[in-house]
Design a protein around this ligand. Sequence first.
Ligand code: GLC
Length: 756
Amino acid sequence: MDVKKIVAQMTLEEKAGLCSGKDSWHLKSVERLGIPAVMVSDGPHGLRKQDIGRGDHVGMNDSIVAVCYPTAAGLASSFDRELLTRVGETLGEECQAENVSVILGPGANIKRSPLCGRNFEYFSEDPYLSGEMAAAHIRGVQSKHVGTSLKHFCLNNQETRRMAVDARVDERTMREIYLASFEGAVKGGKPWTVMCSYNKINGIYGSENKKTLTDILRDEWGFDGYTMTDWGAVNDHVQGIIAGLELEMPASGERTDRLVVEAVKNGALDEKILDQAVERILTIVYRYLENRDPKATFDREKHHQIAREIAADTIVLLKNENNLLPLSPEKKIAFIGAYAQKPRFQGSGSSHINASKLLGALEAAAEYAEITYAQGFQDETDTTDPALLKEAVETARAADIAVLFVGLPGTFESEGYDRTHMRLPRCQDELVEAVAAVNPNTVVVLHNGSPVEMPWADRVSAILEAYLGGQAVGGGEADVLFGKVNPSAKLAETFPYQLEDNPSFLNFPGDGDVVEYKEGIYVGYRYYDKKKMPVRFPFGFGLSYTTFAYTNLKLSKNHLQQGETLAVSVDITNTGNIKGKEIVQLYVQSTHEGISRPAKELKGFEKVALEPGETKTVRFELTPRAFAYYEVKLNDWYVEGGSYDILIGASSQDIRLKESLEIAAGTPIPFEVTADTLIKDLIQLPGANEILDDLIREVEKRFQSADEEGGLGDAGSEMLKNIIIGMPLHGVRSWTDDTLTEERLQRIIQTFNQQK
Ligand code: GLC
């Protein structure tokens, strides 16, 4: 479709109208020109399509019956790009069948704190993993000619005061952590649309932030779709369009349409900018319409089965003492906990799906074994019901193995507000302790959207993290518990022992409408590993019913020039007697004296399926970006020359192999020489000796005479050297009598700056 031609035929009012929704879920139509009203709907892990007139953006009103998949927290634990793409494909099929042009998601915000109410809807604390998962999801959906809306761009890392809070982050942290997740998604997935966040970003609303919406998203990353607001995120629609925000959602009752028309008429808004916004929107509208399959249908039962397979691959085996799991059907097995029957399987808010069915573990396990059951606790409450507890303990005592199904109630974590602690309900912690006290073979299965404290972890034999595993979560759990599926997921976020250990603890959720990300780049394992702080379960950790050996790590080179790519390979062997999948993680560690950096950073991961005894070679390709940090003086990524280690790990704290390499020095980072510049920085510059001529020797002479008089104590030449090179140019004057005249000082400064 020649979109420019269409726009040229549109009136100013029609163009202004198209930049704001028709209702909660539709864009406006332009009947006169045959442009239909297309629909967008939530996501991200199921289709929440609402009937006309009953739309809301927080999941209050009903939506159509749909298939609910595991939420992002669990999906990311798969570390499986193909799995994410598969979920995307099924969602794309459902959107085609329901005539939805864009599904709102995935959410790629970084998990800064375990308390964020929407962590269930986000992938990781690590930007590389988060970006890769989001990109894979986007590719899946869009392969069905349906768009996605990567969200919430950006720095929406809390629910507290989300529509007004100003997220204040330094540039390097923003680039390396909070933008990097979106960068990976945009470059790897090419989303048709991006949804801005509610909050301010360093003082400017996400809905009118030119730096994020245009300078970074479009000019640097090449985004070519349209941007939309989060629902009700508009502050000033005209400023938003100028900044690069094309579509206001939901409808504003044409109030903002009139403001846009006025702005064009009074010159506040260049009509060419408006035309560009309309072109961007129509490009995506027609990309959908021209590939629409009006006969599309999908098989809901088939998708339910897919949801079950996917759920199994998102379950993380965190503990399995004495190989208690998988369960043997001959044993007397008790399932205890309300979530065995009616599991928590999704989050609350705009992502809440009207699930076509719900399969709990109790129902699913019936195909494997006879199971006794006790409810154990009332959902959505903190208080223990003595009768339920007593019944549960008796049931556990009578069984060989007691499997507990516990987790966070829906009111404990949700869109719209954050948690205030990391604990499970008291009644559930009590239940776990009471059952473990009477049955040494106690297994805990968790249903939570983000980390919880586990005071009982040392007193149970096995722990499975099922996250919010979608409508078929119980089937996935039964398949893993009884060994039909060998668990292969690993944590995409750290589980700290206690909330206070988390690096954002002192600055979350901030005070009033300001939150400062004072922990900087030290988010998640970047912090815990740097501090060598023990955690309950580390990033990247997960067990299997089999074992794997890591051998034969090879680098294509041990000396890299700037700009060169490094090839890495490693062999993985299944050393057990059942088939399994292993997530191989590659971390980069800077081992030279340089800018402050995390102890290690994830720069590659691959999931490999292996039969017993099978060995496969896993390969990685590291571009210079894998070694770079963001240099704010350059406004660009920069690779320091020096030594690095390539770490291959089964988790961030279980490094199996390591190889070192050197990277040649890059162009020094230019800086303006002034009287405040330190000697140690000057002597790194080309020609320093000539320019400084004998200035340093004059200083050394003065200090040596002081030394001869015993003035330096036993510090010796090391201290002398460090004191001298630690001086700023202007400080040298104190040690050179009056030979360093102002004229000579300025000449030195000028000579350095002229040669830059
Ligand atoms: C909500 C959410 C966003 C959702 C949108 C539409 O407020 O923040 O994720 O897609 O509005 O429901």
